[in-house]
Design a protein around this ligand. Structure first.
Ligand SMILES: [Zn+2]
Length: 400
């Protein structure tokens, strides 16, 4: 089963190097084959023709935008006259890579003569090859899917274009550039791809630095609505990154998620209900608690998204796209959650949070006050009612 999976699904990348003899006196050719079983192993195999016996071979590999360079000592076998076979198997349990990231590698060989050889850098893409992906491209957008027809893929591209339009109306953004959208048929497959557990509510993910979007779109009656929600949301993450670069990660989480949620063509209808209920019960999470991270637990996570969307929308209404741009720039320049706010709007985060609660959730504030007063009101009525009833009874008594 494992072998079958490997041979049918594994991505195979071949590279042939014809080394100019002037530079590489020992190595005539070096041919590398990389196969991987997603979430399990990556195997590097090379065939080398060398005039000198190879004493040791080391593979260096690193994913794009990753800081760690992995180093592996390969097994060296003789495979005929002047021919050598190099093999190294990496377990992703030891170090895992993001799905669909490009992994660059090169070999360093040491010969028995003491000389060394460094191969040019090559790469392969660490695809989620558990599935047989189909592709549809339109300009810079690429849709990948494995469950559904061509029409489904076209809808994904159309929704992505509508999403880009909505984003431009919200905030002027630079040209999107290449974006890849991978659609999983269920959330579980997406979550295992991301190697996350305990966050069963996760149905979308963006690696904005890679321009890669992963979403789950099960074949249900809500599929199109969910696509209109999830695709623009993740697109916004990518576009924000393309706008400010790696400084994107300095932006508070509530702002990143708030803007992404504001981009949704079909906003989550649960957010409004949840906000109203939480405000009425005085259970809103303070915005400053959402600067670094969102809670992982499902209901608090949902409330965090609802608040982020509503608060960001309030700021957009009050200060416009230019105000939000100033805020994004302040954070991108390294200001912290509170000081970026003060810099952009001249007000404290907590002050604008109060304004937002009063102006946007004012109904709920009144409702909350009413509910808080309700037991006292009932008591007061009861207290007032007793003499009133007594008086009425007296009145009746006297009139008869
Ligand atoms: Zn998001």
């Amino acid at each position: 089963m494992r072998l079958g999976l490997l041979s049918t699904l594994a991505l195979i990348f071949l590279s042939v190097l014809s080394a100019p003899s002037r530079v590489y006196t020992q190595v005539e050719t070096l041919q590398t084959k990389v196969t991987h079983v997603f979430g399990e192993t990556i195997q590097f195999e090379a065939e080398v023709v060398s005039t000198s016996p190879i004493k040791a071979a080391v593979i260096f590999f690193q994913a794009d935008r990753d800081t760690r360079t992995n180093v592996g000592l390969a097994e060296v076998e003789t495979a005929g006259f002047r021919r050598y076979k190099l093999t190294y198997t990496h377990s992703t349990e030891d170090y895992s890579f993001r799905p669909f990231s490009a992994i660059r590698f090169h070999w360093e060989l040491t010969f028995q003569t003491g000389n060394t050889f460094t191969s040019p850098v090559d790469f392969f893409v660490y695809t989620d090859n558990r599935f047989d992906w189909q592709a549809l491209k339109e300009k810079d957008l690429s849709a990948y899917w494995y469950d559904g027809d061509l029409q489904f893929a076209q809808e994904i591209l159309d929704i992505a274009q509508d999403g880009q339009q909505k984003i431009q109306n919200l905030l002027p953004m630079p040209e999107a550039g290449a974006i890849q959208i991978y659609t999983y048929a269920d959330s579980a497959a997406l979550q295992t791809a991301l190697n996350i557990g305990g966050e069963s509510w996760v149905a979308g993910h963006a690696d904005p630095d890679l321009g890669v979007i992963l979403i789950a779109l099960p074949q249900t009656p809500e599929q199109q609505l969910l696509a209109r929600q999830r695709i623009p949301h993740e697109l916004m993450h990518v576009l924000m990154y393309r706008d400010v670069g790696p400084a994107y990660f300095n932006l508070p989480v509530w702002l990143r998620e708030g803007l992404a949620s504001a981009a949704e063509l079909y906003p989550n209808p649960d957010y409004q209900i949840l906000l109203q209920e939480s405000a009425a019960q005085d259970q809103l999470l303070p915005i400053r608690s959402l600067c670094e991270a969102f809670p992982r637990e499902a209901s608090s996570a949902l409330l965090s998204y609802a608040e982020a969307q509503s608060f960001t929308g309030y700021l957009h209404n009050r200060f416009g796209a230019s105000g939000l741009k100033t805020l994004i720039t302040a954070y991108a320049n390294g200001m912290d959650c509170e000081s970026g706010f003060k810099h952009a709007f001249g007000k404290d985060l907590s002050q604008l949070e109060r304004d937002w609660q009063r102006e946007v959730l004012s109904q709920n504030v009144a409702l909350k006050a009413f509910q808080n007063l309700l037991p006292w009101g009932v008591l007061l009525l009861a207290v007032l009612a007793v003499p009133l009833i007594m008086a009425l009874l007296n009145l009746r008594g006297s009139s008869v």
